[in-house]
Ligand binder design. Structure first.
Ligand code: ADP
Length: 248
């Protein structure tokens, strides 16, 4: 049942590097529309988990199903991106010498399913989507400014916008508030909370105050598998989590 109705279903996922298990029988179920935060000490396997979901790394064993029917262990990265799984890496990679609007336009046209789109004008539907995303990420007033002139936080929001133009069915965010000011962090929590009303989102994050402000269910990874899962208060009071974070 969980298997067929989940947006993302991972079970028994193991990834070894030279015999070392970066993921060790990892199981994770993300329901449609859910916002989930993943935490865990360095080396816990968070990045490797994201790599498995996006097809960058193929697991040695285990099940990885998207929307109950797409076997992520058998698809390559472009095929998985085409399913609507969008990932934002920690460092922003916007085109600094293009405007905010041009960055979104380029993202919209970067669609492997359609040929020769780069030199075409956006159709009405795409233009409408671009407008909507500009509003969602709060950069309407900066649309004609070069992306290189944006603050670090604004670049991160633009990059989230570059995912949103594809109407993703699962959004993966890797440390979205790393390097942000307090005000930008608060605005990002607000943005993600708004997006979570109609998107399924998985956030990997270290900043505990930010994790708390999202108010989502938290999964704690440790040594490649799930150590605890629940509300932020529940996991922070979990004896094994305290042990892992404070040292034994
Ligand atoms: P996290 O993102 O939680 O910090 P990672 O998924 O990056 O953890 O790493 C999990 C473990 O796997 C770490 O011990 C890391 O050194 C190891 N690891 C990750 N990628 C590779 C790789 N390509 N080759 C060898 N070891 C790796």
């Amino acid at each position: 049942e969980a298997l067929s109705t989940a947006q993302l279903y991972l079970d028994g996922i193991t990834v070894s590097f030279d015999g070392f298990k970066a993921l060790n029988a990892l199981s994770l179920v993300i329901e449609p529309g859910e916002l989930r935060t993943i935490i865990g000490p360095n080396g816990a396997g968070k990045t490797t988990m994201m790599d498995v979901i996006t097809g960058k790394t193929r697991p040695d064993s285990g099940t990885a199903l998207f929307e109950g029917r797409h076997d992520l262990t058998r698809l390559d990265e472009p095929a998985i991106a085409n399913l609507g799984i969008g990932r934002k890496f920690q460092k922003p990679t916007v085109f600094e010498n293009l405007t905010v609007e041009e960055n979104l336009e380029l993202a919209l046209k970067d669609d492997r399913r359609i040929r020769h789109t780069l030199f075409r004008r956006l159709d009405d539907e795409q233009a409408g989507r671009l407008e909507r995303v500009l509003g969602e990420i709060g950069l309407m007033h900066r649309r004609h400014d070069l992306a290189g002139l944006l603050s670090h936080g604004q670049k991160q929001w633009l990059e989230i916008g570059m995912l949103l133009v594809h109407d993703p069915r699962l959004i993966l965010l890797d440390e979205p508030v790393a390097g942000m000011t307090d005000a930008e962090t608060a605005a990002t929590a607000d943005l993600i909370t708004r997006l979570a009303q109609y998107h399924t989102i998985v956030v990997v994050e270290h900043d505990m105050a930010f994790v708390r402000s999202l108010g989502a269910k938290v999964t704690v990874l440790h040594e490649g598998s799930v150590l605890a899962e629940g509300s932020i208060d529940a996991v922070q009071n979990h004896p094994r989590v305290i042990e892992v974070y404070l040292g034994r």
